[in-house]
Design a protein around this ligand. Structure first.
Ligand code: G3P
Ligand code: MG
Length: 243
């Protein structure tokens, strides 16, 4: 069965990477959540997509120049709609604590492809281990050095490579960094790649799939998972496809 991951929570209907978005995803019955992590100036893991706070909060500047206390002062919701005024930038710890109350899977994307973030891998793994979530977490990144490092630190955590191009036999490349999952960019993902990878035991999870027709195609062919901003829509499509 194709798993449905709510991309940045339910980013189509709620402000991305907020608890409002995560609770909505849980309410509609998703299988998992995808979120993006970075470090603050005082080395706290926060959940936010861009390297600056400009687009998604009422603040300005780089995430890495804020302390946790400072970033927590920002309004992370009203840029999306006034009713989300007061949403805060979540910490990874808060999300992992919330995961103790449900059975959702979690894909943590390390946002370190452009900036080197020392110790991000160590700090993220420590939190996952502390919350006993090794079996429910997948770590992904566009930075494949980071993926290799995660595997060295804890080989039990499933890792996935994120990629934007049509790679030749990506399962072979993934092996070189000890990744199992192939998180593949929707416009560059072929049916043949999905089939061949999955036959070899490499789950393919496609991002970001928001059109119903494409959801239907991927679900019908048994793609391992999709990331979507509209999880409710994807779950309805899955119900129809599966009959
Ligand atoms: O992890 C899938 C997807 O989130 C990767 O791209 O830019 O939305 O983080 P982005
Ligand atoms: Mg992401």
């Amino acid at each position: 069965m194709t798993l449905i991951f709510a991309h940045r929570g339910s980013a189509g209907t709620h402000p991305e990477n907020t608890f409002a978005a995560y609770l909505e995803a849980e309410r509609v019955g998703v299988d998992g959540i995808e979120l993006d992590v970075q470090l603050t100036k005082d080395n706290q893991i926060v959940v936010i997509h861009d390297s600056t706070v400009n687009r998604t909060t009422n603040g300005i500047g780089k995430v890495k120049d804020y302390t946790l206390e400072e970033i927590k002062q920002l309004d992370n919701g009203s840029w999306f709609a006034p009713e989300f005024d007061g949403e805060k930038v979540p910490t990874l710890t808060e999300v992992l604590e919330w995961l103790q109350t449900n059975k959702l899977l979690l894909n943590i994307e390390l946002k370190n492809e452009t900036n080197i973030v020392p110790y991000l891998e160590e700090l993220v793994i420590k939190e996952i281990e502390k919350h006993n979530l090794v079996e429910r977490v997948i770590i992904s990144s566009f930075n494949h050095y980071s993926i290799r490092k995660i595997n060295k630190l804890n080989s039990k955590i499933e890792c996935a490579i994120l990629f934007l191009e049509k790679l030749y036999e990506p399962w072979n490349y993934a092996t070189t960094v000890r990744a199992k999952g192939l998180h593949s960019y929707n416009p560059k993902t072929s049916d043949a790649m999905i089939r061949e990878a999955q036959e070899r035991g490499y789950p393919v999870r496609v991002f970001t799939v928001n059109k119903e027709e494409r959801m239907q195609q991927l679900i019908a062919q048994g793609c391992s998972a999709i990331f979507t901003d509209y999880p409710e829509r994807a779950l309805q499509v899955r119900e129809v496809v599966r009959g």
